[in-house]
Design a protein around this ligand. Structure first.
Ligand code: ADP
Length: 404
């Protein structure tokens, strides 16, 4: 992924989920956002589009049952009405899983579509939705080049000791069972920003980045390249998340099926939708709600935060092995960018690295503010860096569109 461009260019960035569509138009050179919005509850009784333009929030209600094609048709209308169409040079699509096929962003053609389709077995919830978004956008914006940017691509530099599971090798060779990792665009972006803050080249910087949103992952980045990450074949592995368990003993599957008669679907639901912060707290998956309850003395909310932070600190410490020298620890994502409580707990547990939380700076770093939140003489610094995946997608799309 390169981030060098000379002239301002507008790119439509689309992130298509199973019942939602996030969109934004960005200037790929300045990262200025022209418009952004979210079509949600697509296909339901109450689909709608919310968007922000010129600082004002607007709502478009769609008819009952309308889905992605109607949302994109509405988006095309909006883009034309606001006079934004002429400046568009490309459409950039976020695609969740690129398997081993995609190591970087690509111009979409029929071969690319087929390869994304083939990868759908690895991401059955996400890739079909991404494909739907691409196909609908291809029709709606037929004159614009469409570019795919993959969540997995940044992690394709991991060595085999990091990406292989200790399973029969044939599962990898024949079925692609391995660690892929996700949030790659975010980890890539914040690592670049950290290098700038440290006054170093990306290629000479070693960082560990913690992307903490509804999904959470840590990435070990050595000399600017991903060398290990906590998410695996799917986004379920690794850290404790909002509703996902993160890593568990796989022996749990046998226990749940044999002792408690769980079906595969029930286990999948349990681990993906009923676990994590929600499962432990029995209160909420939302970090804000849990923090408020913890302050009021809710024991399971406190426990959920403590387990979340312990597991995160433990994973960060483990990634000292692949990076060897740590220049920066980065917090990003909704929780990483806003929760001074979690950052403080994690940095405190990593005190053996010489890291010490700067209380005032930590409290001040929220709502999109970037900053150094550690103090002292330790080589490793801790930063809060708001992520900007849309900007990376816009930038890659503009570059590839220019290259043709
Ligand atoms: P997604 O992974 O869906 O993009 P986000 O990156 O927006 O999610 O992160 C959502 C998480 O960020 C939620 O758990 C939310 O509670 C948390 N969050 C947002 N603002 C704050 C805040 N001020 N303090 C603590 N947590 C916050």
């Amino acid at each position: 992924m390169s981030t060098h461009l000379c002239s301002p260019q507008h790119v439509l960035v689309l992130n298509c989920g199973s019942s939602s569509l996030k969109f934004a138009i960005l200037d790929a050179t300045t990262s200025d956002e022209v418009i952004s919005g979210l079509a949600e509850r697509l296909g339901s009784d109450t689909p709608s589009i919310k968007y922000k333009y010129n600082g004002e929030k607007q709502l478009i209600e769609l008819a009952k049952g309308q889905a992605h094609d109607a949302a994109i048709a509405e988006l095309v209308k909006l883009v034309n009405e606001l006079g934004l169409a002429d400046n568009l040079i490309a459409v950039g699509h976020r695609v969740v899983h690129g398997g081993e096929h995609f190591t970087e962003s690509v111009l979409i053609d029929d071969n690319v579509l087929t390869a994304i389709e083939k990868t759908a077995a690895l991401a059955p919830l996400h890739n079909p939705a991404n494909l739907l978004g691409i196909r609908t956008a291809q029709q709606a914006f037929s004159t614009l080049p469409q570019i795919a940017v993959f969540d997995t691509a940044f992690h394709q530099t991991m060595p085999n000791i990091a990406y292989l599971y200790a399973l029969p090798y044939s599962l990898y060779k024949e079925h692609g069972v391995r660690r892929y990792g996700f949030h790659g665009t975010s980890h890539y972006y914040v690592a670049g920003e950290a290098a700038k803050l440290l006054g170093k080249e990306r290629e000479q910087t070693n960082v560990i980045s913690a992307h903490l949103g509804n999904g959470c992952s840590v990435c070990a980045i050595k000399d600017g390249k991903s060398v290990d990450t906590s998410m695996g074949l799917t986004p379920l592995e690794g850290l404790v998340m909002g509703t996902r368990s993160g890593s568990i003993d796989p022996g749990l599957f046998t226990f749940l099926t044999q002792q408690l008669n769980y079906s595969v679907q029930e286990i999948d639901d349990l681990l993906n939708k009923q676990s994590g912060l929600l499962g432990i707290s029995e209160l909420s998956n939302d970090c804000r709600t849990i923090e408020e309850a913890a302050v009021e003395g809710h024991p399971q909310a406190n426990l959920a935060l403590d387990i979340f932070c312990y597991r995160l600190a433990k994973q960060i410490a483990a990634f000292l092995v692949p990076v060897q020298r740590l220049d920066a620890l980065i917090f990003t994502g909704g929780i990483g960018e806003n929760s001074d409580i979690i950052r403080d707990k994690v940095i405190t547990q990593l005190g053996f690295l010489g890291l010490e939380c700067d209380e005032a700076a930590n409290l001040a770093a929220r709502f999109g503010k970037e900053g150094l939140i550690s103090k002292g003489q330790a080589h490793a610094k801790a930063f809060v860096i708001p992520t900007n995946e849309e900007w990376v997608i816009a930038n890659d799309a503009a570059r590839i569109a220019k290259e043709g």
